[in-house]
Design a protein around this ligand. Structure first.
Ligand code: B12
Ligand code: SF4
Length: 612
């Protein structure tokens, strides 16, 4: 007999199909610990496998790791197969990182329109089948749907719509970063209200537990950070119900089938911390979690690793060895203690994480310790090397320290991935040129991604009313699922200018540093594992061996892209390097929104002038 469940927690497409997302295993682990029966479904990876039906890829073949060029071919073949299947739907494009649809996922009305359009929306057929053949059998009282990325929005509401038809009694709970950021506009518009019963904001563990107490055990509980559909007041407080990571015994991965992921090894998401103690002007990441920087104790992180290794050994006959800490930022102290434990206890585990350019990392001995204790890749918020811009950003790092840190990590064998940010308001061309030179010369930068400045909802620069005057920044109020707000700097469409500048900079960098260009062809998730096998300069080594032609065609298509972009021509995305392809969709969306906003403002100003 099939056991019934209290809840099903569902990851929806599209996010990376190379590994599971972290949210659901954390939520399930906590609910199980409190005595509730929850089951996770990663319908993201199931959707990718559904799209790839009929194509055979021996994804677990270790030859992929031995030879990065073969791995690259594998991912190209997968993307070709995805593109072929996507053609069956009007306006659909799907690759390993993004989805494009005929409907704008950001606008509530367009989301509603997508829910009944079988010709354009593949999720209708996909979820009809999933709900009928898998979910109904479990008879859960609650279905929780996580929406972390904008790319997941249409799939999430298609699932909700299907649940309303096929399982009308089930309570639909939405949570995750998109809900935390956009619950206000959702409530104000009400357009999607028939598709959810509860929204949960910030960390989900405690509010979801309260909801289980109420809906499953019929206990009267005060709901904090839960929005009940139909009620006019809600107990929302980012400072309350903060989840201390040590309250969790362990995240629970048992429902996931790691053989489904499009990745030769297992990549396991864990966390050493929640929140961030930085307060960079442009960044909304800290506002996505409850207040405070909260760390998991090293002892518990080690337990998580050992438990996952035991579980994978038992279930798949081989243990997981590669871990990714899905932190906003990890502290130097915890990473040091963790690496000491891994080394002393001879645990076969490698890991990567997100870090701030902080002084303790300058220390060569610390970096070597981190390497011996499993660290293979660090993702740094470099942003720029210009001291004035860093100060305006309130980044609290210095260029001198930055160089020392990158060199120390490089010398220790760790792969340095840098986030670069172009176009912070006030930035000048000569500052960008110096940054490009710095990157080209700094061989200890192995790979990077260049983003352009966004006025992000709930970032300090957007929230602080005094700052717009200082930076000449003016933003439109957020609508619908908009998290990057249309903005102008000194009345100009700054975004359009800096997007082109960022692309030019990327081309210049790739030309001078084809090793960076080569590495950027690979999905981010495989870079750390390739470092474990081939060292942190595998980009350079492979380039001489196989990559030159690849890079040349990459450069040509990139230059063509920039011309096409400037002239607003139709663009062929195949063959572009990852950072440009990824940014393309959202850039197009943003520039459209900004142009509309400027148009609206001009209309308003003309009206005012006319009336005066
Ligand atoms: C690690 C990370 C990545 C990794 C892995 C992503 C992945 N596929 O899992 C990498 C580097 C690959 C990545 C890439 C991107 N990322 Co990212 N990433 C993060 C980061 C730092 C942590 C995410 C995480 O796992 N957190 C840990 C888990 C435990 O937290 P959580 O998911 O938030 O879940 C908690 C709650 O939200 C809630 N919750 C979640 N689901 C549910 C469901 C229910 C039912 C309930 C009740 C509650 C609930 O409870 C959970 C536990 O408390 C976040 C920042 C952040 N703080 O979230 C950005 C973040 C999610 N990324 C972001 C972005 C924009 C991207 C990219 C689109 C960037 C780009 N332009 O390419 C890509 C897209 C990747 C993709 N297609 O998969 C944005 C999303 C913002 C938004 N929604 O608009 C964030 C918030 C950072 C930011 N810029 O502000 N990212
Ligand atoms: S940019 Fe990084 S360090 Fe700065 S606030 Fe955001 S997550 Fe924290």
């Amino acid at each position: 007999m099939m056991t019934s469940y209290d809840s099903a927690l569902i990851t929806v497409p599209v996010s990376s199909p190379l590994h599971p997302q972290a949210g659901q295993p954390f939520l399930k682990g906590f609910l199980m610990q409190k005595g509730f029966r929850a089951k996770i479904f990663d319908t993201n990876v199931k959707f990718f496998n559904w799209m790839l039906k009929g194509h055979e890829f021996d994804i677990k073949d270790q030859a992929y790791i031995d030879n990065p060029a073969i791995l690259l071919t594998l991912y190209n073949r997968i993307e070709e197969a995805l593109a072929k299947k996507a053609c069956k739907y009007r306006g659909l494009t799907v690759d390993l990182r993004t989805i494009g649809m005929d409907y704008n996922r950001i606008l509530f009305n367009e989301i509603i329109a997508a829910l009944d359009d079988q010709e354009a929306n593949p999720f209708i057929e996909f979820y009809d089948d999933f709900v009928e053949s898998e979910l109904k059998l479990l008879a859960p009282k609650i279905v929780g749907i996580g929406i972390t990325f904008q790319d997941q929005i249409i799939a999430a509401f298609t699932l909700a719509s299907c649940l309303r038809k096929k399982m009308p009694g089930v309570k639909i709970v939405l949570g995750g970063q998109m809900i935390t950021r956009c619950y206000d506009t959702m409530l104000e518009a009400g357009t999607l209200n028939h598709l959810w019963d509860y929204l949960i904001c910030w960390d989900g563990e405690l509010p979801l537990l309260d909801l289980h107490e109420q809906l499953v055990n019929n206990h009267a509980t005060t709901l904090v950070n839960v929005i009940e559909n139909g009620k006019t007041s809600h107990g929302l407080d980012r400072g309350a119900h903060s989840f201390e990571l040590d309250e969790l015994s362990r995240p629970d991965f048992s429902d996931l089938d790691f053989d489904e992921y499009l990745f030769p090894e297992f990549l396991i998401p864990l966390q050493t911390a929640r929140g961030c103690y930085g307060s960079c002007e442009f960044c909304a990441i800290p506002s996505g979690s409850n207040q405070g920087f909260r760390e998991r104790s090293v002892e518990k992180i080690i337990d998580d690793i050992l438990y996952v290794q035991e579980h994978t050994k038992k279930k798949y006959g081989r243990k997981a060895t590669y871990f990714k800490f899905m932190d906003d930022t990890s502290s130097p102290r915890t990473l040091r203690l963790l690496s000491e434990q891994i080394e002393q206890r001879k645990i076969d585990a490698q890991w990567e994480t997100f870090v701030r350019m902080e002084k303790p990392f300058e220390n060569q001995a610390l970096m070597e310790q981190l390497y011996r204790g499993g660290c293979r890749k660090l993702m740094w918020g470099l942003e720029t090397n210009d001291p004035d811009i860093l100060k305006s950003m309130d980044k609290r790092i210095s260029p001198i320290s930055t160089e020392k840190i990158l060199d120390a990590a490089h010398n220790a064998g760790i792969l340095n991935f840098c986030f670069v940010l172009i176009g912070f308001p006030g930035e000048r061309q000569e500052q960008r040129d110096r940054l490009a030179e710095f990157i080209i010369e700094k061989e200890s930068i192995h790979v990077l991604t260049i983003a352009t400045f966004d006025a992000t909802k709930r970032s300090p620069i957007q929230e602080n009313l005094l700052l717009p005057k200082k930076f000449g920044l003016e933003c439109e109020p957020p609508n619908d699922f908009e998290v990057r707000l249309p903005y102008t700097v000194d009345g100009k469409n700054w975004k359009k200018e800096i997007v082109v500048e960022a692309q030019r900079m990327l081309v210049k960098i790739i030309k001078e540093r084809p090793d960076i260009g080569f590495m950027s062809l690979f999905p981010d998730q495989v870079r750390g594992i390739l470092t474990e096998r081939h060292g942190n300069t595998w980009g350079r080594k492979c380039l001489t061996e196989f990559g030159k032609e690849n890079i040349q065609s990459l450069l040509l298509s990139t230059e063509h892209y920039i011309d096409a972009f400037e002239n607003a021509e139709e663009i062929d995305l195949a063959g572009l390097p990852e950072p440009i392809k990824r940014e393309h969709q959202r850039t197009r969306e943003d520039i459209k929104a900004i142009a509309l906003a400027i148009g609206r403002r001009k209309k308003y100003e003309t009206k005012r002038v006319d009336s005066i």
